[in-house]
Design a binder for this molecule. Sequence first.
Ligand SMILES: [Zn+2]
Length: 310
Amino acid sequence: MRRLSNTVFALVCLTWLSACGSYYKYDSTVSGEQKSLIEKDMGRIEGTEMIAQNGDDLRTIQIADLSGPSLINWLQNRNRVVVGEDYDWLGSNFVTQQKVTSAPQLLTSAQLDFPSTVNAGGTVTVMVNLGAAIYLEGVKKNVVYTVTAADTEWRVWSPRSAGMIQVGEGLFNLMVESSPLDSWAHSVRRFSTYLHEATHTDGNGDHRAFAHASCPSTFYRTEFRDQYACEGYLNGPYSRQVVFLKYAIPQVCAEKGCSSAEQDALLKTMADYDSRKLSTAVYADPTPEGYNVGEISEFGVMPQVSEVSW
Ligand SMILES: [Zn+2]
C-alpha cells in the first residue's frame, strides 16, 4: 500500500514538478513570473560554494558556512510561504484571532523546525516579513491570528510558525538597465533580500524579530532621518546582507560573468546597507520566541487593526 502511495505521489510530482520541487509555497497572489524568478534565485545560490575568509563575517551571518546548501537550509528553516503584493491578511485571508493569556514564551530554536521589512531605499518596499509583522501585531493585542495563504491555514503563534514573506514593489526592480531580471546579478541581490527577511524571524524579548532601528535625526541620508531604516545589530538583517554580498560579488557574480556595471551596482547596494549600521550596534541572541499555543481560547471577530508596515 505504501509503495502504491509513493508511486501515485511520484506520478503527481511528474505532472506538477514545480509544486513538488519548489523551495517555497506560493500564494495565488504571486505571479508565475515572480515565482519562477524566486525559484531560479534559490536554485542558483544552492549550487554555489562561497568560502568566508574572515571569522567575524561568519559570526555576523551566523550560518555554519557560506555554501549554497547551508544558506538554503537556513532560509527554509525560517520562511516557507510567499504571498504577493495584493495579499491582504485582514481581508478574505483572515480566519480568526484567539485570545492568549500568557506572555510570549521564549522557545529554544530546537523546538522550531519551521520557519521577512520595509527596505527604505527610495522608500520603496522590497519585501516584507509578513509572518513576523502579524505575530508582532498579535503580541501587541495578546492574540494569535490565523490566516490563509497558498491554500493552507497558518496560525501565527511565532514569527516562524507561518514563515510568511510578502513580495514588495521593489523586489523585481531593475538594478542595471542593461541587465535582465533573470541575470545572476539580480539573483544575488534578491537572494540577499531573502536573507534579510529571514532574519526578522529571529530574536526574542526586546530584540524580537531583529526590528530596525530609527536612524538618527542627523543621519547623512536625509530621507532616512527618524525612519526605521537603520541597523542596530551586528548580526541583524542589513549586517547579514552585507556579509553575503561581500562574498557573493567576487565569488558568485564575477565568476558567473557579471559585468562591471552589475558588480558596481551590487557594491553600491552593499555600501548602502553597511552605512545603515549604527555605531551602537550590538550582537543579540537570535533564539526566536513565540506564544505557548496550549493557552489560547477562541476570541472572536475580525480585528480592527491598522495596516502593518514592516
Ligand atoms: Zn527589514
